[in-house]
Design a protein. Structure first.
Length: 210
């Protein structure tokens, strides 16, 4: 991303929207039912998330996204548009259909997965930079049906992942995920499901922390 200006409270534009995507995992300091609104308008919520991001990376936590913050944000971006610690292929539907065959088109799934990756980067950082295994990312409708998922599963939109961070218990992961702007957090015996259902008009706009 080529950042062309310093961004701060009151700024608007597509670059602010990209900033919001990249700091979305810093929605709160502890478990809180809140998320960073990705609307291209730099308000108090975005400023608070930028401060948390800056603090996490040892930068001056002033809530202003200048050159040092831009550099750190870009360090998390891979050349293909994915992120430093996650690959698009990790999120492909396990029936070989890639990002196709879901409840939205493949290009939208890919963008949704990209946004999800930045939240997972924040979760990974908060957990101590541990590797995160993606057990299940996007699911085509066919694959989702085969594994018994609901027809409106958040996996079929590319906004959900079942994750297993190394050396962390599911309860530890779930607790941390609740500070990363995830509106769906479901604890299983060996993994945690996370999703961003509140941010999209996909028919599941409610908090579900099970």
């Amino acid at each position: 991303m080529e950042w062309t200006r310093t961004l701060q409270n009151g700024s608007t534009g597509s670059d602010v929207r990209e900033l919001q995507i990249r700091v979305a995992g810093y929605a709160a300091d502890s478990a809180a039912q809140t998320y960073v609104i990705v609307d291209g308008v730099f308000g108090n919520g975005t400023e608070a998330a930028v401060k948390r991001f800056q603090r996490a990376y040892g930068l001056t936590a002033d809530g202003i996204a200048g050159p040092q913050t831009h550099t750190q944000l870009n360090a998390l971006e891979a050349s293909d548009g994915s992120t430093a610690n996650f690959a698009f292929s990790e999120f492909y539907s396990k029936d070989g259909s890639g990002f196709s065959g879901g409840n939205v088109g493949a290009s939208q799934v890919k963008e949704n997965v990209r946004r999800l990756m930045y939240k997972l980067e924040a979760l990974r950082k908060k957990l101590g930079n541990v590797p995160v295994t993606i057990n299940s990312g996007f699911r085509s409708l066919t694959h989702n049906a085969n594994v018994g998922g609901s027809s409106n599963s958040m996996h079929t939109y590319g906004i959900a992942a079942d994750i297993d961070p190394a050396g962390k218990t599911p309860s530890q992961v779930a607790s941390t995920a609740k500070s990363c702007g995830f509106s769906g957090v479901i604890l299983y015996n060996t993994f945690v499901h996370v999703d961003s259902r509140m941010e999209y008009s996909y028919g599941a706009r409610y908090w579900y922390w099970a």
